[in-house]
Design a protein around this ligand. Structure first.
Ligand code: ADP
Ligand code: MG
Length: 399
């Protein structure tokens, strides 16, 4: 029995590395529940308390009993088959894992219900007698307290509150960059001012900054239809909203140096001769004016925040090969990639962070080449304007 318990704790440690990885799962659940507002509250960097409140669809009362059991997922009905669902990472594991290494409490209300319900959880189960009715608005609040209270080695391995909070902010700002249609805020207990406050981005019909001339056509060969609801128009709008959002959270000095780039595989004849795969990429990349000591690479695949070290390396190489070698500046790149679900393996790593996907080498190479081309273009434009002031700048064009 003791062994069983140890096994359980070990398994759950793999999924939950610290407050930030718990938060990633919680944010994803809120987004899956169609939330448009997500507020996070932390105490001691999330170690004492990590609480997330959303205005999503809520959890049914009858599901409260089982929601923290392993393999409980409501997401099966939304997917055509189990395989697609599993590759997307819905394994009904995140909440369960948290209850084995922390105190978890859920308060939730479905729309149209007169009241909310709350309950507390431990070790994959609802704690007896804790379920009760309460007041509440539509949505869900999940509080995770005393993370690793029962795993001393993990608890000791956590960093200071300030450092853990920095990791939490990193997750929040990354998700916020990708989803300008959702308001995000993050605050420390005891502070009235939020550390991150990103209200919903609403574009005025005129387009709200970013001239049309900035558009890069990448490999997209589609005729640009005039209908405002066409996929490519929708993408342009989303990218503009993301720029605005990145301005809200990273500051205008970052967002004003970012350019959009879109890549998409076609199914034309040439393409058919090569390996068949489908991929769509929406990128925001920093130009040569952007100054930073560290690379910021924000990667989403099919709407999930992930990591891909091969892609990150390729992007750094693209910048190194195009920017003058005297420049030690590191890039800022936001990349949202859509791939067929079956092509993505999120299960190579227990926390689902590092991903593998089919045709990875070709896709990475394409992104690198497209970015290099785009950088040469934007860098040449810049060098040209600088050139009138500095006659020595010419050589950079061809380097
Ligand atoms: P998964 O997301 O893989 O289904 P989780 O353990 O993350 O597994 O969540 C289990 C289930 O709990 C979800 O399928 C969903 O039904 C429910 N759930 C979790 N968080 C929320 C939320 N914020 N709003 C509504 N339902 C939620
Ligand atoms: Mg989940």
């Amino acid at each position: 029995d003791d062994d069983d318990e140890n096994e359980n704790i070990l398994n759950n440690e793999k999924v939950i590395h610290g407050p930030h990885s718990a938060l990633k799962e919680l944010i994803e659940n809120s987004l899956d529940a169609s939330a448009t507002q997500i507020s996070i509250l932390c105490k001691d960097g999330g170690k004492k308390l990590l609480q997330i409140t959303d205005n999503g669809i809520g959890i049914r009362e009858e599901d409260l009993e089982i929601v923290c059991e392993r393999h409980t997922t409501s997401k099966l009905e939304n997917f055509e088959d189990l395989e697609a669902m599993e590759t997307f990472g819905f394994r009904g594991e995140a909440l369960a894992s948290m209850t084995y290494v922390a105190d978890v409490a859920i308060t939730t209300a479905r729309s149209g219900e007169k009241c909310a319900w709350k309950a507390s959880y431990r070790d994959g189960k609802m704690r007896e007698g804790t379920k009760e009715m309460c007041a509440g608005v539509t949505g869900t609040t999940i509080a995770v307290e005393n993370l690793f209270y029962n795993v001393k080695t993990r608890r000791n391995a956590l960093k200071s509150g300030a450092e853990e909070y920095a990791k939490i902010l990193d997750v929040v700002t990354r998700y916020a960059s990708s989803r300008p249609d959702v308001a995000f805020s993050c605050r420390k207990v005891g502070e009235t001012r939020a550390t991150v406050n990103a209200p919903l981005v609403v574009l005025s019909s005129s387009g709200g900054g970013g001239s049309e001339g900035d558009r890069e056509d990448g490999e997209e060969n589609e005729p640009s239809p005039s209908s405002s609801s066409s996929p490519s128009r929708k993408n342009d709008r989303l990218q503009k909203c993301r720029l605005e959002r990145i301005g809200q959270i990273y500051g205008p000095t970052v967002s004003k140096e970012l350019l959009p780039l879109r890549l998409k595989t076609n199914n034309d004849k040439l393409e058919k001769k090569m390996a068949q795969f489908h991929m769509e990429c929406d990128i925001l990349y920093s130009n040569a004016n952007y100054k930073a000591k560290k690379t910021t690479f924000i990667l989403f695949i099919n709407g999930r925040l992930v990591e891909c070290s091969a892609l990150k390396r390729a992007i750094e190489i693209a910048y190194q090969s195009v920017l003058p070698s005297s420049s030690r500046e590191k890039p800022f790149v936001f990349l949202s990639m859509k791939l067929p679900f079956k092509d993505v393996d999120v299960n190579v790593h227990p926390t689902k962070r590092e991903v593998h996907f089919m045709h990875q080498e070709e896709i990475v190479e394409r992104v690198q080449t497209a970015l290099e081309k785009a950088l040469v273009k934007s860098n040449a434009a810049r060098t040209f304007t600088v050139q009138t002031l500095l006659p020595g700048a010419q050589e950079k064009i061809n380097s």
